[in-house]
Write a protein that binds this ligand. Structure first.
Ligand SMILES: *Cc1c(COP(=O)(O)O)cnc(C)c1O
Length: 398
């Protein structure tokens, strides 16, 4: 493991990407000619909206009255006593629909409405982003069309039913491995045919510019709230460590954004079977350059994790950049470490975390018990979601 580099000065990290949406050599806008104007239109609309106090007022209100923000910051008293470090939990599991995903989709749905679009397209793997998108579309009176791999439709019947209950159309994707990677490609292909009336709502800090930047900005509410809450809760003001799990990297990016200009060490936790940074190589997928899991021929491989939300073979380009800069550190946790972490949090704090979020908890437990975390250092962990959706998996595993 490399030494942790000194944090970068305030203004240079987690601001706007450079030209063409680049974070260093990552990011960009690698899309077919026909989608370039569509991405440019989203970028222009987002820039205008983000500079408009009325947009922020509308979004903040939706986040408050519909999504239940601000979410709590919960000191994990009993777990802290056991581990000998001070653990604080940012409770995205308490947000409407059960995870941080609602923050992003409310922002993008409001943007779609502002752009005069009537329909929202989205990809989904496990179905969580599909459900969140269908929720935001219903709230704002927009149509929702969700692309989902045939294999995932079978595995995630409950979320398919939820989306339909919310009025969304679910389109089965039959190409390739019939999972998330192909549903994302299919949603982008479909967007070409209907850009005039449709808005493409991406689920994480990935895809062509401006999505990685825009989604991070919509998720930074997690980090901004946590920063204020930490200032009120801690005599030291800021945590020493800020930890979040990583699928595409949106809950981590949103959390990190609130602390990038503090001395806090930023830790992203990947699933061992989806560790794009730990085990991937650079390449281009779904419109952006980043680290990707690839086979020996450079073909993008499938990710495998007990947590369906971490089953993405890539990672957001800004994380690749933060890693190269040494501003954030990326670690992996195995499936075998995740289940005990769920049980530990359930028994000590009365919280059943999502399997994704339990990756972050598992790393904290490992790092505290191995002595890597100094005694009574302060660790902020983003609990990205609640565990209700994972009960069947947990029953099988116990
Ligand atoms: C989707 C999901 C994730 C992974 O997405 P990121 O973009 O990496 O944040 C993590 N946790 C939960 C609960 C999810 O639903």
């Amino acid at each position: 493991m490399t030494e942790i580099a000194l944090p970068m000065p305030a203004a240079s990290v987690m601001t706007e990407p450079g030209e063409l949406g680049r974070f260093g050599e990552y990011g960009g806008r690698y899309v077919p000619e026909s989608l370039v104007p569509a991405c440019a239109a989203v970028e222009e609309a987002f820039r205008e909206a983000w500079a408009d106090p009325r947009f922020h007022r509308d979004l903040d209100r939706l986040l408050a009255v519909h999504a239940g923000r601000p979410t709590a910051l919960t000191p994990a008293w009993r777990l802290s006593a056991e581990l000998g470090v001070n653990v604080l939990l940012k409770r995205e599991d308490l947000a409407h629909t059960g995870s941080h995903k609602i923050n992003n989709v409310l922002g993008q749905a409001l943007l779609a409405q502002r752009m005069g679009k009537t329909r929202i397209l989205a990809e989904t793997g496990a179905g969580q982003h599909g459900v969140a998108t269908a929720t935001a579309a219903a709230l704002l009176g927009l149509e929702a069309t969700i692309f989902m791999g045939e294999v995932d439709i079978e595995r995630q019947a409950l979320n398919v039913f939820r989306m339909k209950m919310l009025g969304a159309e679910v389109i089965p994707v039959t190409s390739g491995t019939r999972t998330l990677k192909d549903s994302t490609s299919e949603a982008m292909r479909h967007w070409v045919t209907c850009v005039d009336e449709a808005y493409y709502c991406l689920g994480s800090v990935m895809g062509p510019h401006p999505y990685p930047w825009m989604v991070r900005e919509f998720q930074r509410v997690i980090g901004d709230e946590a920063r204020r809450q930490c200032a009120a809760e801690l005599t030291t003001g800021n945590p020493d460590y800020v930890v979040a799990c990583i699928g595409g990297g949106s809950n981590a990016a949103g959390t990190f954004a609130g602390f990038a200009d503090t001395p806090a060490q930023l830790i992203g936790v990947e699933a061992e079977g989806g560790a794009a940074i730990a085990a991937g190589k650079t390449g281009v997928l779904h419109g952006f350059r980043s680290y990707l899991l690839q086979d020996e021929n450079g073909q993008v491989s499938e990710a495998h994790s007990i947590a369906a939300g971490l089953d993405y073979p890539g990672i957001g380009p800004e994380h690749a950049y933060l890693k190269d800069m040494g501003r954030a550190r990326y670690v992996t946790v195995s499936d075998a470490e995740v289940i005990p972490a769920v049980h530990r949090l359930a028994r000590t704090e009365g919280i059943l975390p999502a399997l994704e979020s339990a990756h972050a908890i598992a790393w904290v437990i490992r790092a505290a018990e191995s002595g890597e975390l100094p005694p009574w250092s302060t660790v902020l962990v983003t609990l990205s979601g609640r565990g209700d959706k994972d009960m069947a998996t947990l029953m099988e595993a116990s």
